[in-house]
Design a protein around this ligand. Structure first.
Ligand SMILES: Cc1cc2nc3c(=O)[nH]c(=O)nc-3n(C[C@H](O)[C@H](O)[C@H](O)COP(=O)(O)OP(=O)(O)OC[C@H]3O[C@@H](n4cnc5c(N)ncnc54)[C@H](O)[C@@H]3O)c2cc1C
Length: 472
């Protein structure tokens, strides 16, 4: 069997036989499909990654089968990329060096639910976890809008926040991620358990420093959630109301998103339900707080167009409110027009609506803002995930510069390197654990520029750089 990736000199038929009894997929069309994620959101990443494929897919069903795959990969020096649901936006699970894709979907058992926590295998779908929790009067403290296809292991390894983060903070904040169990990629793969603050040694490392097999996450009591959609004649009005809802003493939303009217035009399933030509405030609010939400919107000059519980929503055939927030907003536009893309922007002061107005005036007609409110370190923060009509790298860089000139941070969504995007800098603690758990550097190494610079050091020397700093 030849190499599908064209990048390896391994006898893949013989290697597949060594993986038995683990299920494998070797049909090239299917291997190529499982080599992709949502990197096509970015035309830059699309050009870079669309011809990167793995060579073989393994689908272990138990931790022992996973250990067997890792041992075989170590012995044969095969590059490995973990894959959950493949919903990452930056090509995190694209096998850039070719090699073995290990899909975790076969390991999807929910192992334990207790008061305030859920423990599940890494391949469990978050929608299944939320469904199981509902019977106990709980829900996940946060989950991405991709919960129907995204795995909990992929969320912890690749994600950062989600629906619920307005109430409970980002995934990395104390108490949200309770414990992670991860396997090393060695001759005799070992289990490592990370608890408390130590979970950050593995969280958001894009699967390059260990194979997560079990996740324990915080849960919260569930509420009778009402999807609320309000419209405003100006973006500024919708933004100010979004901030007011996020910070109100009498309202406890788990999501609040503000969407430019031009983006709302790309939501066909809301047509006829919302005032035309208006910007949108979409929020998830407990039933007991809806009256306060309605009053706040009216006081700020808006109009409440929809307040729906789940049953009403299904009758009206309207999607979940969270399908109009975070990266789902971008997806709604991309469904109609693939020339759109996006960026990830940090807002320096979420209370400063004037700064947003002045920025918007400078951005140009090819940038349509969309803000999400979340809680970071207990304080309300805002991020902008604007729709950008892509006309080339130079224009994208000019847009980034406009944001920077106004004091906003750009977390590049068009890079396949873990050090760019959300982290901005090398995480030497991640890389020290990579050296410990993946001594041959076989796990998704192409995604870290800094790994190349430190891979010959000891874990302790790599860790020391976290303190002293090191330019890249
Ligand atoms: C429409 C849309 C909306 C989104 N909304 C959000 C959001 O609200 N919040 C958010 O944080 N993200 C969001 N994302 C990004 C993505 O959906 C989430 O990060 C998701 O949880 C990833 O899960 P997955 O199973 O698809 O992971 P994958 O894409 O399969 O993997 C993600 C990364 O984790 C690694 N990985 C997977 N499983 C393991 C494992 N067991 N051990 C070690 N490494 C592993 C992979 O190698 C890869 O690097 C969104 C994406 C889309 C397309």
């Amino acid at each position: 069997m030849t190499s599908i990736s064209g990048k390896t000199n391994i006898d893949w038929a013989a290697f597949a036989a060594r993986l038995a009894p683990v299920d494998v997929i070797d049909e090239p069309v299917l291997v190529k499909k499982r080599s992709r994620d949502f990197f096509w959101y970015s035309p830059i990443l699309n050009d870079e990654l669309k011809h990167s494929f793995g060579d073989l897919v393994a689908v272990p069903k138990t931790a022992d089968e996973m250990k067997h795959c890792l041992k075989q990969a170590f012995d044969a020096e095969v590059p490995v990329v973990l894959r959950g649901g493949g919903t990452g936006n930056y090509g995190q699970c694209v096998p850039v060096d070719g090699g073995l894709i290990i899909e975790t979907r076969g390991m999807d058992r929910i192992l334990e639910i207790g008061d305030g926590f859920i423990r599940a295998e890494a391949g469990a779908l978050m929608a299944d976890m939320n469904a199981a929790l509902k019977e106990t009067g709980q829900e996940m403290a946060m989950f991405p809008s991709t919960q129907d296809i995204a795995t909990v292991g992929g969320f912890v390894a690749g994600g950062s926040a989600g629906i619920g983060s307005l109430a409970t903070g980002a995934l990395r904040e104390p108490g949200n991620l309770i414990a992670l169990k991860a396997l090393s990629l060695e001759a005799d793969p070992q289990d490592h358990v990370f608890e408390g603050e130590d979970v950050l040694k593995i969280h958001h490392a894009w699967g390059l420093n260990g194979v997560i097999t079990e996740v324990t996450l915080r849960t919260v009591p569930t509420e009778d959630w009402i999807a609320c959609m309000a419209t405003f004649e100006t973006y500024e009005g919708a933004y100010a109301a979004g901030y007011a809802v996020a910070t109100a003493d009498t309202i406890a939303p788990k999501m609040a998103s503000v969407v430019d009217t031009r983006i709302v035009d790309y939501f066909p399933r809301l047509k006829g339900h919302l005032r035309a030509g208006c910007s949108l405030l979409a929020a998830y609010v407990p039933a007991s707080d809806v009256a306060d939400f309605n009053k706040l919107v009216a006081d700020l000059g808006g109009h409440v167009d929809l307040t729906l519980n789940d049953a009403d929503r299904e009758v009206k055939k309207i999607p979940h409110v969270f399908e109009f927030c975070f990266n789902h907003t971008t997806l709604q536009v991309l469904k109609s027009d693939r020339s759109a893309t996006y960026q990830q922007i940090g807002v320096p002061d979420p209370a400063d609506a004037d700064a947003i107005t002045s920025l918007r005036a400078d951005l140009g007609d090819d940038v349509w803002t969309h803000h999400e409110f979340i809680r970071l370190g207990g304080e309300i923060a805002a991020i902008d995930l604007p729709i950008i009509w892509f006309s080339g790298k130079e224009r994208l860089e000019a847009i980034n510069q406009t944001y920077r000139d106004h004091g906003f941070a750009v977390y590049d969504a068009h890079s396949n390197q873990v050090e760019r995007g959300g982290l901005h800098n090398a995480d030497y603690s991640h890389l020290a654990w990579k050296k410990r758990l993946d001594p041959k550097g076989l796990l998704n190494s192409a995604k870290s520029t800094a790994w190349e610079l430190v891979k010959d050091l000891t874990p302790e020397d790599i860790e020391a750089k976290a303190v002293t700093g090191m330019s890249q």
